[in-house]
Ligand binder design. Structure first.
Ligand code: MIG
Length: 814
């Protein structure tokens, strides 16, 4: 029965004029479904809406509902869509979106979210489930015995959050350890999944200091608590882990397509101290034929650490340097910290113009807050004001004009020196002055966790204004849910240690599940002792399969570039970097897919194969593995420092060894570690586009496009290409092509779908490289026999074809 209660009509009348229609309709006896369900008892108000049929939003308020605003979920993404059926069942209301069902118990006010088969996704723990606690609240939820939890951004610890407790409070945690918490980002989103692989999502849109305790404090109880702010959460229906990630992206946004060069190899150091040094690194990369696309300048390019200045003694011709790098196929990314030096009357423009515009964060008495950071006393833009973000964006004008490729927003937790809290006092005053929000003051306690994301938003949007047809590249350290719309990120100040290399896999994978596709870590380790040659080599090997691939290291350490440790190590490292460039068409395709779906590029194995969630021993050992896209499975040793043999379990039979090109036997393998080999496997059924080696993504590849075909079930692949830098793709200037293969009996058909888009390919020849062959096969195209080559070593049949824009298929008789 669809209905609306008297109370509901009352509240609707009070709060939501638009709903009066439904109440009026009820009064005349017809059953009009509602867009919002409201229930009130003892001064507590509960509101249920469905932004999509597969996502329910629950808001609870005392006296009145919290303001309907969000930094994470844009208005159109959170607006109620469709209609809810509401029925009475005993002393409860049952609200049905068609996909999800919410039960509101009238006595206890417990809210239970179920799927349509009655499976509880989110249910209160025994006893009172929601308790208000001073300004904050605590939500106690049942944790089924077979449930596992993922997400929360790049927190440390094992892949599975179960039995862990995590605080969300953006923190500059230099040289964190494998169990340190909190770190730089706050993403209050998790994905829960049971052993059958059935998943749901939970997102608490609250950026106060929060805590997620997955059964650590109270056995089998999930306690979500916040020190303040709204009870405003979303439950995502899944049912697959992949669905959950896409539902979360529908709320908080997908990462916009990055410039292609951002996917190349990046070299960074705190700091290359001079123009000569930067140019020397560029020359060495080219001389040693290490493919690379990006160099970074860290804080020491600046005059006295003042953001938006250049130390012209050390960098006498910065613009010339940028141009020279560009000519070598390298883009420069510059650090631009947000702490503006408090330097009045010194001709320091950012301070002067920022003060004139009055855009800095204030103390309670109305004076401008200042705290020490790199430049000494510094002031902080108030990024929750649209005008402050606008002002911030302007600061990039000169650098953008010079042709600088991207910008790095560090220290934006924000980090403040010389105080135990490492950040601003909690009572510092921010101003919310923003379309879609009630204009008001807000304490730092409220704004802290969202501050870094707003910094990166200001950068991203400012860059777009300055160069509207150029895709911005922003790297941020701090962020909040939804920050993927503005910036790539990395895991901060890790250490040059084997346990950090291992840790990075679960950190990056969980970050990817939390909405960020463009993620990486400091390859080789940021701080600590110089990495051993073996550690740096292994790290580069694994990094070659991470979305962001950046070697970065702190001051005070010996050099950590690819060529240190001698030619033997360099050769191995070069080989992996080269392989990444050969795989660039596949990798770029993943980035483009992410920009549409929100699916991460780097994925846990369970995202593709949810059945591993039912395997014991850390999901069949997959906790130390990861996938790059749907087709490549990377399997580093769970004890990377050790030479001991280790077991690898693949999710099924018929996989191929990426390096030998040959099919492996069975699904259980044993690897004997060897430094030159990082085990990588290819899904049977993959079709992977590859290109000839280049030294940077600016260089047009010379030679054929290769489609590496690995026959198997569900055989497909795709290719996406565009100019790599502009928004021309939105005007049709892209190239998209799908591929598939089908084996029946003694015949394998490789099909190429018709090409879409107007972008011109760089190749004129297409090579099919069909794996798992024996050399006796015969290939036919349009009824004519084709010349083929057999590569004995990789067991692949190579078929050379002219480039084909139209649909075509090649028949291979086995
Ligand atoms: O207080 O800019 O995480 O990557 O090199 C240290 C200097 C400030 C911290 C960043 C690191 C960067 C460093 N920064």
């Amino acid at each position: 029965m669809k209905y609306c209660t008297e109370l509901f009509c009352h509240l609707a009348g009070m709060l939501l004029a638009g709903l009066l229609a439904s109440c009026a309709a009820h009064a005349t006896g017809s059953e009009t479904p509602v867009q919002r369900y409201l229930y009130q008892k003892d001064g507590v108000q509960i509101e249920i809406t469905a932004p999509r049929a597969d996502v329910m939003r629950v808001r609870v308020g005392r006296e009145h509902l919290p303001e309907d605003s969000s930094w994470a979920v844009p208005p159109n993404a959170r607006a109620p869509k469709g209609t809810l059926g509401v029925a009475e069942s005993g002393s409860a209301s049952v609200i049905d979106s068609g996909t999800l069902v919410v039960r509101v118990d009238h006595n206890s006010l417990a809210v239970t979210v179920m799927d349509r088969n009655g499976r509880d996704l989110l249910a209160g723990a025994a006893g009172q489930e929601l308790r208000f606690d001073g300004a904050g609240f605590r939500l106690r939820l049942a944790m089924p015995l077979d449930a596992h939890y993922f997400g929360l951004g790049d927190k440390t610890g094992p892949l599975d959050r179960r039995d862990g407790s995590f605080t969300l409070w953006n923190t500059d945690h230099f040289a964190y350890g494998p169990a340190s918490d909190p770190l730089y980002k706050s993403i209050p989103f998790f994905l829960g999944a049971n052993e059958k692989g059935e998943a749901f999502g939970f997102f608490l849109d609250n950026h106060w200091r929060t805590n997620f305790d997955f059964g650590k404090a109270e056995r089998d109880t999930l306690v979500v608590s916040a020190e303040g702010g709204p009870v405003d959460y979303y439950v995502m229906a899944g049912p697959t882990p992949r669905d959950v990630v896409m539902q979360y992206a529908a709320l908080t946004g997908a990462p916009p397509l990055a410039p292609l060069w951002a996917l190349g190899f990046q070299q960074s150091h705190w700091s290359y101290m001079s123009q000569t040094e930067v140019e020397g690194i560029a020359d060495r990369l080219r001389a040693d034929r290490i493919p690379a696309d990006v160099l970074y300048t860290d804080i020491d390019y600046q005059d006295r650490n003042r953001p938006f200045t250049i130390n012209t003694k050390a960098f006498p011709d910065f613009a010339g340097m940028v141009a020279k790098l560009r000519a070598q196929g390298l883009h420069l990314v510059m650090i631009t910290d947000l702490h503006v030096a408090k330097a009045p009357d010194q001709g320091y423009a950012p301070y002067d113009s920022g003060s004139a515009a009055d855009i800095f964060v204030k103390n309670r008495d109305g004076s401008v807050f200042s705290g020490p950071v790199w430049p000494g006393p510094a002031v902080f833009p108030d990024f929750s004001r649209a005008v402050a973000r606008q002002w911030w964006g302007e600061q990039y004008r000169d650098f953008v004009k010079m042709g600088v490729g991207g910008f790095w927003n560090d220290m934006n937790e924000p980090s403040v020196f010389k105080v135990r809290s490492k950040t601003m006092p909690l009572n510092v005053v921010h101003r919310i002055e923003e379309p879609g929000f009630v204009t008001r003051n807000a304490s730092h306690a409220e704004m802290h966790n969202v501050y870094g994301m707003l910094n990166s938003q200001a950068t991203y949007e400012g860059l777009l204004r300055l160069a509207p047809d150029q895709r911005p590249f922003v790297l941020t350290r701090a962020s909040y849910a939804g920050g993927q719309r503005y910036a790539a990120t990395w895991t901060g100040d890790n250490l040059s240690r084997w346990d950090h290399l291992k840790l990075s896999v679960s950190m990056l994978v969980n970050m990817g599940l939390s909405g960020f596709a463009y993620i990486g870590d400091d390859i080789g380790g940021f701080a600590g002792e110089h990495p051993s040659p073996e550690l740096l080599t292994r790290w580069i090997e694994i990094g070659a399969f991470n979305p962001i691939f950046r070697d970065h290291y702190s001051y005070g350490k010996p050099a950590q570039e690819v060529w240190v440790d001698g030619v033997e190590q360099e050769a191995i490292r070069r080989h992996y970097i080269e392989e990444r460039y050969r795989l660039m068409p596949y990798i770029y395709g993943l980035a483009e897919e992410s920009s549409r779906s929100g699916l991460p590029m780097m994925r846990p194995v369970f995202l593709e194969y949810p059945q591993v969630l039912g395997d014991s021993d850390d999901f069949g050992g997959t906790q130390d593995q990861f996938m790059l896209g749907p087709d490549l499975l990377v399997a580093p040793s769970p004890t990377p420092e050790s030479q001991a043999r280790y077991d690898i379990k693949l999710p099924g039979e018929g996989w191929f060894d990426y390096w030998t090109g040959r099919r492996v036997e069975g699904s259980k393998l044993a690897e004997t570690p060897s430094l030159a080999r990082l085990p990588v496997y290819v899904r049977p059924g993959a079709i992977i586009p590859k290109q000839p080696l280049v030294q940077s993504t600016s260089e047009p590849p010379q030679g054929p496009l290769t489609l590496a075909v690995y026959p198997g079930a569900d055989c497909r692949g795709s290719l996406y290409l565009d100019d790599g830098v502009s928004f021309g793709y939105a005007r049709g200037n892209y190239l998209r092509q799908g591929f598939s293969c089908q084996q029946s009996g003694a015949e394998l058909i490789v099909s190429i779908a018709a090409r879409q888009g107007s972008y011109r390919p760089w190749w004129s020849q297409l090579n099919l490289e069909v794996h798992g062959m024996n050399g006796k096969e015969i290939a036919e195209f349009k009824g004519k026999r084709l010349a083929t080559r057999f590569d004995k070593e990789s067991g692949s049949l190579i078929i050379e074809l002219p480039d084909m824009a139209g649909a075509a298929s090649v028949k291979i008789r086995l």
